[in-house]
Design a protein around this ligand. Structure first.
Ligand code: NAD
Ligand code: TYD
Length: 361
């Protein structure tokens, strides 16, 4: 069992990274230091960690605004904070954006990961008490038909530029283990949801559109399937891997919780009807089917028996409870939403989605 002391969290101002920092500082037995390295792109929001900054800032929590593509600064950070554990979340993470502009995905997800690995190679010579954990996605495995699951041994078959860049970074991480003996682990997780998720992803986008009485845009026929996991369950899985994961191994993480997009949106509408005291069916009327995403993967479903049996992990949050928690969080955090909407996010949405075809259900 490892005891991480000085953890470098990359992308800690984003959705999962900020939840992870909060999780390990507040809900785990971790008593070391966290250094959050984040470039603060459109998706990195310092507001995600105001409470952490207040309670732990410059004591056990340190923030460094650094681009992971800047090798010298990354290496300097490794040395200055005596980093013994990397938890690498930083990425360009949205499939739709990767279709419109893949360059940032190649830069951050591939070159950025390469830089971190190089810093580990230089700073961790001869050390076995260290670990480089790479956070990845089930999208590297491609798309499933009606049956079957992704296993850790499933051959990679990425379809979007996002998935291809993540697949590439996974391969680099594995290569550094085999070639240079850097202790590494990788996790490939299904779709996360929960507080602090940037509202371009489907669940917060639908919740906020309902709050604003706007159309709820479902891509294509709405029958694409995703497996959903509450973000805190993902954080717990990553924490277990940092402590007990075996070097060189990959762990799949998922919720055993497959939903067709249209059913998911209907569920969100039903819960919102109740929470907002509306008549049954009020929000469902806002569902609109829109032009499909190019190359839209049909189904993701993940087998996570390995992490369950080897690390004794299991998801703890039921889907309906997780969805209610998420809806309450967004409806109670208007300032967070307004802050995002006044920035680049809105301009980007208008630029890319302003003209798309919308057909009423
Ligand atoms: P996010 O987009 O919310 O956050 C990404 C963070 O990385 C942001 O804070 C951003 O500022 C930072 N970042 C981007 N480029 C950077 C750079 N060049 N240098 C430093 N920081 C940079 O993403 P997320 O949803 O929290 O995902 C985190 C990780 O988890 C990603 O690696 C993603 O591939 C993986 N993942 C996400 C999901 C999901 O459902 N969201 C599922 C499985 C895996
Ligand atoms: P998303 O949250 O973008 O995650 P990912 O593409 O990584 O799975 O999308 C989840 C699913 O929801 C995906 O099948 C696309 C679909 N979707 C919509 O139907 N409408 C939307 O507005 C968005 C953003 C996604």
């Amino acid at each position: 069992m490892r005891t991480p002391k000085n953890i470098l969290v990359t992308g800690g101002a984003g959705f999962i990274g900020s939840n992870f920092i909060r999780y390990i500082l507040k809900k785990s037995e971790f008593d070391g230091t966290i250094v959050n390295v984040d470039k603060l792109t459109y998706a990195g929001n310092p507001l995600n960690l105001v409470d952490i900054e207040e309670e732990y800032g410059n004591k056990r929590y340190f923030f460094e605004k650094i681009d992971i593509c800047d090798y010298e600064k990354i290496k300097e950070t490794f040395k200055r904070y005596s980093i013994d554990t990397v938890t690498h979340f930083a990425a360009e993470s949205h499939v739709d954006r990767s279709i419109f502009g893949p360059r940032d995905f190649v830069d951050t997800n591939i070159t950025g990961t390469f830089n971190l690995l190089e810093a580990a190679r230089e700073c961790w010579v001869g050390r076995e008490d260290v670990l480089f954990h790479h956070v990845s996605t089930d999208e590297v495995y491609g798309s499933l038909g009606e049956k079957g699951y992704f296993y850790e041994k499933t051959a990679y078959d990425p379809h979007s530029p996002y998935a291809a860049s993540k697949a590439s970074s996974d391969h680099l991480v594995k290569a550094y283990y085999h070639t240079y003996g850097i202790p590494i682990t990788i996790s490939n997780c299904s779709n996360n949801y929960g507080p602090y998720q940037f509202p371009e992803k489907v669940i917060p986008l639908m919740i906020i559109n309902m709050m604003e009485e706007k159309p709820l845009p479902v891509y294509g026929d709405g029958k694409n399937i995703r497996d959903w996991l509450f973000v805190e369950d993902h954080c717990n899985a990553v924490w277990l891997i940092l402590k007990k994961g075996k070097s060189g191994e990959t762990y799949n993480i998922g919720g055993d919780n497959e939903w067709q997009n249209i059913r998911l949106v209907e569920l969100l509408c039903e819960r919102m009807d109740v929470i907002k005291n509306k008549k049954k069916g009020y929000y469902q009327k806002h569902i609109t089917f829109v032009k499909d995403r190019p190359g839209h993967d049909r189904r993701y479903a993940i087998n996570c028996d390995k992490i369950k049996s080897e690390l004794k992990w299991k998801p703890m949050v039921g889907f309906k409870d997780g969805i209610d928690t998420t809806i309450y969080w967004y409806t109670n955090n208007n300032k967070w939403i307004e802050d995002i909407k006044s920035g680049i996010y809105r301009k980007w949405i208008e630029l890319n989605y302003g003209k798309r075809e919308v057909s009423l259900k």
